[in-house]
Write a protein that binds this ligand. Structure first.
Ligand code: BTN
Length: 246
């Protein structure tokens, strides 16, 4: 397998706390190349967005992390979310599963969460020198606690090998990573908007003050959610400050 930027190396673990943390630690001890993947059949302390735990059923789902050295300006950090979300969305679309990206990077199918992404960057001298892109995707799990409002590839009616889905995502990530290194921000944003949940639509939100309706305008230069309220004011939100109600 050859890729534009990634050098394929895949370490498969039976069980680990978090593939993101393991990859970070491994890279401190032995420098790994751009594109190294760590996947785990079971993750016991999976990290999610906003300090949440990412729960997964042993051997049923994809939990993996990819190491990259993007050398991006920190103001472009959000584009790493964009390329990861697009890669997962595209791999699902190849399975005829139509997924949307809920800002910043939740992957939804019919409003149910099928996957999530956690990106951990290292910034040195105003450059993102290292980015660990962690992806959790529900593949063969059939039962979820109802409050999770989750689904899986299996529950969407498709039967696939977990490894094959990883390979697809990896290939697409290399493709979108190339667009990113070419500074093709405009195209990436256009692709992201074409899959963005509620884009150009009125949605229902909650912040620390109230619940409100607003038009999803898109994202700001630095990846904040840009909402236009019904009184025509514009607000920008960071991930921990707003909740989608759907
Ligand atoms: C989310 O909260 O939506 C993000 C979930 C990200 C989970 C993945 S699973 C593989 C990688 N390792 C982790 O500890 N987290 C990410």
């Amino acid at each position: 397998m050859t890729f534009k930027h990634f050098i394929y190396k895949h370490i498969i673990l039976d069980q680990i706390g978090s593939t993101n943390s393991y990859l970070h630690g491994l890279n401190l001890v032995t420098k790994q190349k751009n594109g190294t993947i760590i996947s785990a059949k079971n993750q016991t302390l999976g990290k999610g967005q906003k300090g949440n735990i990412w729960l997964t059923k042993k051997g049923k789902n994809l939990t993996f992390s990819i190491l990259t050295y993007p050398r991006l300006k920190p103001k472009h950090a959000f584009y790493l979310n964009i390329i990861a979300a697009l890669a997962v969305q595209k791999a699902l679309s190849d399975l005829s599963i139509s997924a949307k990206i809920k800002w910043p990077n939740d992957i939804l199918v019919n409003k149910k969460k099928i996957g999530g992404i956690l990106i951990e960057n290292q910034i040195n001298s105003e450059i993102i020198t290292q980015s660990i892109i962690g992806i959790g995707l529900n593949v063969n799990q059939s039962k979820f606690a109802s409050e999770l409002n989750a689904t899986s590839i299996l529950n969407e009616g498709k039967s696939v090998e977990i490894e094959d889905v990883l390979d697809q995502i990896y290939g697409y990530l290399d493709f979108y990573y190339n667009l990113l290194l070419e500074s093709n921000f405009k195209l990436l944003l256009k692709l992201y908007y074409s899959k963005l949940f509620w884009h150009n639509q009125i949605g229902f939100f909650e912040d620390d003050q109230s619940q409100f309706k607003a038009l999803v305008m898109g994202i700001s230069d630095i990846g904040l959610l840009e909402l236009r309220l019904l009184d025509d004011t514009t607000r920008h939100y960071d991930i921990k400050d707003v909740k989608f109600i759907y």
